[in-house]
Ligand binder design. Sequence first.
Ligand code: UN1
Length: 513
Amino acid sequence: ASQFGMNEALEKLGIKTINEGTSTGLQNFSSGEILESYSPVDGKLIASVKMSTAQDYEKVMQAATEAFKTFRLIPAPQRGEIVRQFGQKLRENKEALGKLVSYEMGKSLQEGYGEVQEMIDICDFAVGLSRQLHGLTMHSERPGHRMYEQYHSLGVVGIISAFNFPVAVWSWNTALAWISGDVCVWKPSEKTPLCGIACQNIIAQVIKENNLPEGISCLINGDYKIGELMTADTRIPLVSATGSTRMGKIVAQTVAGRLGKSLLELGGNNAIIVTPDADIKMTVIGAVFGAVGTAGQRCTSTRRLIIHESIYDKVKDALVAAYKQLRIGNPLDENNHVGPLIDTHAVEMYAVALNKVVAEGGKILVEGGVLSGDGYESGCYVKPAIAEAQNSFAIVQHETFAPVLYLIKYSGEVDNAIEIQNGVGQGLSSAIMTNNLREAERFLSVVGSDCGIANVNIGTSGAEIGGAFGGEKETGGGRESGSDAWKIYMRRQTNTINYTTSLPLAQGIKFDL
Ligand code: UN1
């Protein structure tokens, strides 16, 4: 990694040999065991992190609740100015942070930079939004009364994020939470703790330079036990969690058990429908990027292609030819398309999926396999694979976080393809490739895709931050990022004001004393 300037990047981001895993940005509280972070790129130790105990968590929560008391009093546009400065710092650190994301997580350098760009974009979005936290005004049914609603700061927002977007998902939450006047407690994935430390070091500079209340940004590196403390904690009105459906169900139940709010971004099983009117060249680019980008570890990764029988062979041949062009290797080397999986456990799950699809009667079209030898020493590099399958296969119904693409044939009308597309438990992202207006509009209509994201002539991944991001069914129903996703970070209050000398009751009720 040193030939790619990794040492300089780590230094710029303030990553030391051993790092404090629990901090408020200004103070450190870690007293737990040491977690070592190894890179899936070359299998080498990057650095270590002191993990958190329940006592450390308590200290952080005290700092966060204390910070909230003053932070909520800072006017929203001034909070926006803080987020603007954070965005500026991210611009200055884009190269270093993008490299660390690529090295610790394994995604291609381009995608590492892209992830930091998403952080910068959400900061810009949030800055504008800080002057637009609008409520409505209503006409009261009573004379001399005025009604309106306002949005107030909510409190401490708990963020539990996944390894695959180790920095951007945090920023989607924090940027909106901060302009809302909330403070954040973040538990990053144990697989990417250094990305968390780097982000915290960046925001810590902003906190210091602006004399902000300590604790508006809290980091807590710990295992699932810390997650359990967060979900059960009544001091955290909103828990935003990204990860597996299995994890999301546990979070949802615990948070609902205390009637807190949760924002869930869980698994996807995203498909592209390819109709007879599709542009095949565009389809291939969209499908291949969707399936192998981030080595198939995006929640928006393309997992299924639902192809009309009349063009099936043509699309299949084009895909097989495209897969032959893929260069797999060190993601820091911009000549490579596909980097490693996050760890060897993910490699096992990938192998299991390929065995299962064959056992269920599928046919391998592009052979998979684990790569070994020069450059592949970490044991995390796999060949992107394609299999012909049925939508009903158990393995096709399951989200495997790896570059395995299933081809499914449909015949007849587009409705048949939509039925297959909707015929899975998850509901995150979906797409149709077609130049036929009727098919496209049908796909976007109420009888079309049941997903939170539905695209026409675009793949399933790579959403922009301006739209609300999230999905239905087992994906958890949460919406992050753009549009009016900010509302979940605030509490709504309806206010009715009487400026007369009498007290008429609503609904015309008479109550005279
Ligand atoms: C995720 O995989 O958790 O739409 C997020 C995309 C990215 C975000 C993915 N903007 O692919």
